[in-house]
Design a protein around this ligand. Structure first.
Ligand SMILES: CC(C)(COP(=O)(O)OP(=O)(O)OC[C@H]1O[C@@H](n2cnc3c(N)ncnc32)[C@H](O)[C@@H]1OP(=O)(O)O)[C@@H](O)C(=O)NCCC(=O)NCCS
Length: 210
């Protein structure tokens, strides 16, 4: 993928950038994130926390994590069933308003997609259904609308709907059909439940009878 070249420095974000990250998020998002959210995105647990710096100022960031298809099913209601593969969830993307329309978000997405391992077959994210700018941006990046999740966000104590957008990568599924969700998800949930029960039973037998 050809990445644009805005005049920024790319840095892996960690706890030392916390103040700048909080300030950027407060400017970019209508949600007030709790401390645990910042702890999480700045920890090693989240694989991609990438900042775009202009001089010493953090002007943009993208945060994403690998998930199993099972997690994507639970969180994004995505009926992607290949258990050998991973899925990437974009947790957050924001650019300070005075730095927008300079290709910074595009550069961040581009770097992210280029650094994914080939085992990852699908990228997905939630976006507020009224956020036309972000929706335009993702559509422009060839993300496809997959489904609507009513009341996914709570903004100023009011529920707000989200759209799930997906992007197939490394030969991943181009046709994810939401109407099959209900059926497929029930099968997957039954499978997950049965598997967990068997694991519990197995541990119990092992602990008590061996
Ligand atoms: C969405 C956002 C990240 C885009 O960042 P950006 O750095 O301005 O985006 P880019 O400059 O890389 O834009 C790439 C393309 O996306 C589209 N786009 C971006 N902003 C747009 C806007 N305001 N209106 C229409 N299209 C837009 C354009 O096609 C643009 O290409 P162009 O400038 O050559 O026309 C930024 O507006 C933002 O931080 N918004 C607030 C936070 C947010 O909503 N994040 C997404 C949450 S899921």
């Amino acid at each position: 993928m050809h990445c644009p070249q805005p005049n920024i420095e790319i840095v892996h974000l960690n706890e030392t950038h916390r103040e700048s990250v909080e300030s950027l998020c407060e400017e970019c998002f209508p949600i007030h994130y709790p401390d645990w959210w910042y702890n999480n995105i700045l920890s090693d647990r989240v694989q991609f926390s990438i900042g775009a710096f202009s001089d010493v100022h953090l002007v943009g960031m993208i945060v994403a994590e690998y998930q199993s298809p099972r997690e994507a099913r639970e969180q994004g209601k995505i009926s992607y069933s290949c258990s050998n593969y991973s899925v990437l969830y974009i947790i957050s993307l924001g650019v300070r308003s005075e730095y927008r329309r300079q290709g910074i978000a595009r550069k961040l997405i581009c770097l992210l997609l280029d650094s994914l391992n080939t085992n990852c077959k699908l990228v997905y994210l939630h976006v507020q259904s009224t956020n036309d700018v972000a929706i335009n941006f993702y559509q422009w990046q060839n993300f496809q609308e997959y489904s609507k999740v009513p009341g996914y966000y709570t903004i100023n104590d009011t529920p707000a709907d989200a759209l799930v957008y997906t992007y197939p990568i490394h030969g991943g599924p181009t046709e994810l059909v939401p109407w099959t969700d209900l059926f497929l998800n029930s099968i997957y949930m039954m499978y997950d439940w049965t598997y967990t029960q068997f694991q519990k039973l197995f541990s119990y037998v092992k602990e008590n009878f061996t």
